[in-house]
Design a protein around this ligand. Structure first.
Ligand code: BTN
Length: 245
């Protein structure tokens, strides 16, 4: 995969800029990187604190994939980040469904994939990736500090953001190629291994909370949860989120 990197200083959200470029007809492979985001977005309408020192970027893809493979994209993107953090820094990076990257239980990276469709076919997907890198926890809102971490906190030093971007893009390119070659199930199994199943988990979905044992991932990336009555229910990442105790 050949990447074309566009570097910006301060933006609202890199996902918005990548989307505008997609709508203007630009090809896949464009990467929009910003030093700071003023209106960074997270999943499910949440904000995403994006101070200077983080790695905030969005990748434009035009995936010609079957719906079941397209829905693996967010998990595959977080897998690419976990691989890069393991390879570059030897960190024990793990995944939390659907697409958070954690180290020792604290979130170091979030992924937000936004797609536009014509019928069931994706016109484009914007894969937004935010890595808390070269800043301390004090740069994050108070309510996040107990659950988040940064590479500076984990490693005790700052990292080379260029090197990190290149490593993530290289892993993302390899994962995207594997997805296109029909190896999506292998990627899901790798992601599952980094999610620590089976384990007790609560999921918020449609205003209700479901507690049970998380067993693994369905082929479309949904989370399989065994409920106390023994039934196994699949939760889609588009509408559900993990509920912390
Ligand atoms: C989440 O964990 O809720 C997802 C966070 C995704 C943040 C990244 S930072 C780059 C891109 N631009 C955004 O506005 N969001 C994503």
């Amino acid at each position: 995969m050949r990447w074309h990197i566009i570097r910006l200083s301060e933006v609202g959200s890199t996902n918005d800029i990548a989307r505008e470029l997609a709508e203007a007809g630009h090809p896949e492979g464009i990467v929009v990187v910003a030093r700071r985001q003023m209106r960074g977005r997270g999943r499910l309408g949440r904000g995403w604190a994006s101070p200077e020192g983080g790695l905030w970027f969005s990748v434009l893809l035009r995936p010609r994939l079957a719906p079941a493979d397209l829905s693996k994209l967010p998990i595959v993107a977080s897998l690419a980040v976990a691989r890069a953090l393991r390879r570059l820094y030897g960190l024990p990076a793990e995944l939390e469904w659907p697409n958070d990257v954690l180290v020792r239980g604290r979130k170091v990276c979030g992924v937000l994939v936004e797609s536009a469709f014509s019928g069931r076919e994706a016109l484009f997907s914007v894969v937004g990736i935010g890595v808390n890198a070269n800043f301390g926890l004090e740069a994050l809102p108070g309510e996040l500090r107990g659950r988040a971490t940064t590479l500076r906190e984990l490693l005790g030093h700052d990292v080379d953001l260029e090197e990190l971007l290149n490593a993530i893009l290289s892993e993302l390119g390899a994962c995207y190629l594997a997805l296109k070659e029909g190896k999506g199930s292998e990627l899901l199994r790798e992601a599952e291994r980094l999610m620590g199943f089976p384990r007790p988990l609560s999921v918020a979905c449609g205003g209700r909370v479901f507690s049970g044992t998380a067993l693994g991932l369905a082929e479309d990336g949904s989370l399989l949860l065994r409920l106390p009555d023994g039934a196994v229910r699949a939760f889609s990442w588009a509408e559900a989120t993990i509920k912390k105790p």
